[in-house]
Structure formats: structure tokens, C-alpha cells
Design a protein around this ligand. Structure first.
Ligand code: NDP
Length: 240
């Protein structure tokens, strides 16, 4: 067992979510890990980790997983609303079904995730929400149209939530990475957009490791509750 508070992460089956799970586990935090690929989370074999197959579009499923983990480890003290997809494409030829998927997961999924823990944090007057946006939530790119829309949404919601929650001493940290080496582009179907993205990445000397994002989140979280890092904006040096 551990005396540290419970940390919950969505999208913990790969990439930044997985790296964050590893970093917090190494520091002794009990974890609730959520994603659709249960086997990937279980394969991490992290100590004191409850892994649950959860689609963030299913509000009841998130709430049930949170209730189950809280019964074992006490209240969620940090929720990382990280799950997201990036179906980057030329908007003129993109299938609108891809818009639906991004909007559902990256916007409604984030709200569902926040909803599962927010009232508890308000009641306890403590807690940290970590919201995954992107550099594409601060500036636009022509082949990121709907993705940018979803990430600007996360930025706006984070700022509003920060204003709403700060009187309750609940912290809201938004994470806005540039190019990070993960599986996020595996779902891109637009071959030209993918080729352009990869060429740009080569020009900037490759992406940053997900472990660096995870370490920054851990460092920010470990500050005293009265100290808030409002945003982590990490990019490859040459992406600026
Ligand atoms: P990955 O593709 O490696 O990770 C995405 C994670 O989200 C996976 O664990 C996936 O799990 C999960 N996920 C996707 N859809 C759902 C869903 N409906 N329900 C639950 N979990 C879901 O990519 P990253 O680690 O890069 O992505 C993590 C976040 O970081 C995303 O929000 C992304 O937009 C953001 N980001 C990434 C950047 C990058 O360059 N990599 C840059 C800026 C932001 P599963 O499929 O098992 O459900």
C-alpha cells in the first residue's frame, strides 16, 4: 500500500498518458488508469494501479471506475484528462465522421472526465485537474482544422474552470505540447497530411519524448497546493 493520494489518468494505454502513469507510479502514487485498450495498461504492471476499460465518451463508465478506485485508495486528488485523438486532414476532403469522433473524444470526453471528480474536489477544497490541450490549442494550422477546434475548446474550458475552481483551492493545469513522439498519428487517414507532418518533424529534428512531458506534470503536481503552474507548453526547440 501507499500513503500518497490517488491519481487518475485517461488515455493511459500509450504515449503521454502511459509515460505519466509510469512517472507517478515510480514516485509511489496509487493510480486509476483508463483507456479502451485494457491489455496495454495491464501490461505496464504498475504497482497499486487499477486498470479499467473506459471510453471517455461514456460518462457513466468513468464515474463507475472512479468510484471503484476511490473505494480502495481514497479520493482522486489529480485527474489527468489526457485521452484524445488527432485525425489531422485537409478539411476539404475529410470525412465528417472524423470530425464527430474528434469532437466527441477531445471535447465531450474531457468534460465527462472532469465531471467525474470535480464535485469531490470542491467539497474537499483540494485537488488538481490536468487538462491535455496542444500547441494546436494556442495557434492554428491549416490541416489541423477540427483538431485545433477541439484543443482551443480545452484551453477555453481550462481557463474558465481555473477561474471557477480557484476559490475552492482546486488547481487547473493545461498542457500544450508541440510534437511529442507517440502513437497519436496512427489514426491519420489523410496520406498527404501525414507525409507533410512527418517532413516537418524531420526538419525540426524529431519530437520530444513523452517522458519529459510526464516529468513536468509530476513536478508541477508536487508543488504545494497553493502554488499553481497554469500551463506547460513544451515544444521541440526548432518548432518555435
Ligand atoms: P497516443 O495515441 O499514444 O495516446 C492517446 C491515448 O488516448 C491512448 O491511450 C488512447 O487509448 C486514448 N484514447 C483515445 N480515444 C479514447 C477514448 N474514446 N476513450 C478513452 N481513451 C481514449 O497519443 P498521445 O499520447 O500523443 O496523446 C495523448 C494526448 O496528447 C491527446 O489528447 C493528444 O491530442 C495530445 N497531444 C499530443 C501531442 C503529440 O505530438 N503526441 C501534441 C499535443 C497534444 P485507447 O486507444 O486504448 O482508448
Amino acid at each position: 500500500m501507499t500513503d500518497k493520494p490517488l491519481v487518475a489518468i485517461t488515455g493511459a494505454s500509450s504515449g503521454i498518458g502511459e509515460a505519466t502513469a509510469r512517472a507517478f507510479a515510480e514516485d509511489g502514487y496509487p493510480l486509476l488508469l483508463m483507456a479502451r485498450r485494457l491489455e496495454r495498461m495491464e501490461a505496464l504492471k504498475l504497482p497499486n494501479a487499477i486498470c479499467r476499460r473506459v471510453d471517455v465518451c461514456d460518462r457513466a463508465a468513468i464515474a463507475a471506475a472512479v468510484a471503484e478506485a476511490e473505494a480502495q485508495f481514497g479520493p482522486v486528488d489529480m485527474m489527468f484528462a489526457n485521452a484524445g485523438i488527432a485525425r489531422l486532414a485537409d478539411i476539404g476532403r475529410q470525412d465528417p465522421a472524423e470530425w464527430d469522433e474528434m469532437i466527441d473524444i477531445n471535447t465531450k470526453g474531457v468534460m465527462n472526465t472532469v465531471h467525474a471528480v470535480m464535485s469531490g474536489m470542491i467539497a474537499r477544497r483540494s485537488g488538481t485537474l490536468v487538462m491535455m490541450s496542444s500547441i494546436a490549442g494556442r495557434k492554428v494550422y491549416p490541416d489541423h482544422t477540427v483538431y485545433c477546434g477541439t484543443k482551443f475548446f480545452v484551453h477555453a474550458v481550462s481557463e474558465s474552470l481555473r477561474a471557477y475552481l480557484s476559490p475552492y483551492d482546486v488547481r487547473v493545469l493545461v498542457v500544450s505540447p508541440g510534437v511529442i513522439e507517440t502513437e497519436v498519428l496512427n489514426s491519420v487517414t489523410d496520406k498527404q497530411t501525414l507525409a507533410d507532418y512527418k517532413a516537418n518533424k524531420v526538419k525540426m529534428g524529431g519530437g520530444i519524448g513523452a517522458d519529459i512531458v510526464a516529468q513536468l506534470i509530476l513536478d508541477a503536481y508536487r508543488l504545494p497546493q497553493k502554488a499553481l503552474v497554469q500551463e506547460i507548453c513544451l515544444t521541440p526547440t526548432r518548432q518555435a
